[in-house]
Design a protein around this ligand. Structure first.
Ligand SMILES: Nc1nc2c(ncn2[C@@H]2O[C@H](COP(=O)(O)OP(=O)(O)O)[C@@H](O)[C@H]2O)c(=O)[nH]1
Ligand SMILES: Nc1ncnc2c1ncn2[C@@H]1O[C@H](COP(=O)(O)OP(=O)(O)O)[C@@H](O)[C@H]1O
Length: 426
């Protein structure tokens, strides 16, 4: 009996969570069948096969190419027709082997062999709420890729308010005073740049047909038509700020805020109100960046925006920007930054270093990576325990909340019950 056969005979309590919405926090641990363990090794090309429900998913790749996914219907254990599959999200570049493990019948974790520390863990969602929603929209079968990231992201801050109220001014003040704490989500827009605006800094200035195609491809967290132009927040814009360990600030209109509120992204929502319409008009005119026609359009839209901002229930807080300094202090209070003391520099983010030769098994909500040669920090340590109990986010963005621990042996954290069943991926 080979290792995989032995594994098939075992049933364990397995991964929790992955059951409601996109918050993969812990629930009751369902039964986990270790036949879900798969591995693929180098042989020019390589692949893993994982059965989920009535389908078999074949994940493969060749060195340097992106991973590919095929799904085939299983009928009474016989392979049937190939499924027409759309792959969403950012795909990993393949390496020289990988292992795949099914988490709670919804998502596969992919461990890449011999990859960079920040590129070794990926997820393929096959039946999460996001995948189910996309299936409905696209009318076809869907899987979605997502990169695994250690630790959690800070909650983003969504700032909305009518044009000219002072959103950009307040955000600039915040970013200037706390450059290492906040990062700006650079939106895409089809409007023309203003004099001082730089592409990639203030906005990604984009052609309408290009942006529409990217929206269709699922690259946007939200988008809206505002004052006659298309604006949108790409998933990547928010994830890039979170990757840098910063709090992401989104300057978006009320429609966009509503979409984000309805999405899986947990955020703080702040609406900025002008002291009066007269003052708003004065600020817009004094800024001198819009044509008369544009100013009138923005003022017309402002009335509806203010009404929705104050009464839609989208926003957690409303700030009145009469005196700029007072409003800025109030914004800092909301963000817990009044009386701010510079914190000690935080530790570098944890990075997993998967050695070339390793095998994997799973106990409860921990994936145990057995390192065959001791490439870990200390010669004596040969196990990595990957904790997947508190996964957050997921496709089309990153899957966060991973944690790991390097250990000598199971007894380090499992009281020596030793019920891990490794398979080799040499
Ligand atoms: N929904 C959405 N709105 C955005 C986005 N980026 C900017 N906006 C909003 O679009 C509106 C117009 O922005 P802009 O053209 O920069 O003009 P300004 O508000 O007058 O400075 C503002 O209400 C912004 O908050 C985005 O990515 N999504
Ligand atoms: N509290 C304030 N009092 C007076 N002028 C302000 C105040 N806040 C912002 N402004 C000015 O109003 C104009 C519009 O502000 P801006 O930040 O560009 O608005 P938004 O980003 O909301 O469109 C700018 O010229 C800015 O300097």
């Amino acid at each position: 009996m080979n290792a995989s056969d032995a594994l098939l005979k075992k049933t364990k309590a397995g991964l929790p969570g992955l059951s409601s919405g996109k918050d993969f926090s812990m629930g009751e641990a369902p039964t986990f069948f270790v036949q879900d363990l798969q591995n693929g090794t180098k042989n020019g090309t390589f692949e893993t096969n994982t059965v989920v429900g009535d389908k078999k998913y074949v994940i493969g790749g060749t060195d340097g190419e992106a991973f590919s996914v095929k799904a085939q219907i299983l009928d009474n254990n016989c392979l049937g027709e190939l499924v027409n599959l759309v792959e969403l999200g950012t795909k990993p570049i393949s390496c020289d082997g990988h292992s795949a493990m099914l988490l709670e019948d919804r998502i596969l974790i992919i461990l890449k062999k011999n990859s960079k520390p920040d590129d070794s863990i990926w997820f393929l969602e096959v039946d999460t709420p996001y995948v189910r929603q996309q299936k409905k929209i696209l009318g076809t079968d869907v899987v979605a890729w997502s990169k695994g990231v250690m630790g959690n992201a800070e909650k983003p801050v969504v700032i909305s308010g009518p044009s000219g109220v002072g959103k950009g001014t307040l955000i600039s003040m915040l970013m200037k005073e706390f450059p290492s704490m906040f990062g700006f989500s650079v939106s895409h827009t089809t409007r023309a740049p203003r004099g001082m605006e730089k592409n990639g800094v203030h906005y990604h200035f984009t052609e309408k047909n290009v942006m529409e195609k990217e929206i269709k491809d699922g690259k946007f967290l939200e988008f809206a038509s505002v004052h006659g132009n298309l604006y949108g927040t790409s998933v990547e814009a928010v994830e890039l700020v979170s990757d840098a360990g910063k709090i992401c600030i989104l300057d978006i209109d009320v429609q966009g805020a509503r979409s984000v509120r309805a999405s899986s992204l947990e955020a703080m929502f702040i609406f900025i109100c002008p002291p009066s319409m007269e003052e708003l008009e004065k600020r817009l005119r004094d800024r001198g960046t819009e044509t008369e026609e544009q100013i009138l359009k923005r003022l017309r839209n402002a009335c509806a925006e203010i009404e929705q901002g104050e009464s839609s229930g989208i926003f957690d807080h409303i700030l009145y920007n009469d005196n700029l300094e007072v409003c800025y202090e109030n914004l800092k209070k909301l963000l817990g930054l009044d009386g701010y003391v510079t914190p000690p520099k935080s530790a570098a983010p944890k990075e997993i270093n998967l050695p070339r030769n390793h095998s994997i098994s799973k106990i409860d909500d921990k994936i145990i990576i057995h390192c065959n040669s001791s490439t870990l920090e200390k010669e004596s340590k040969n196990l990595i325990m990957l904790d997947v109990s508190s996964l957050k986010g997921g496709a089309p963005g990153r899957t966060r909340g991973l944690d790991f621990q390097v250990m000598d042996s199971f007894s380090d954290s499992f009281n020596g019950n030793g019920n891990g069943y490794p398979i080799d991926i040499q």
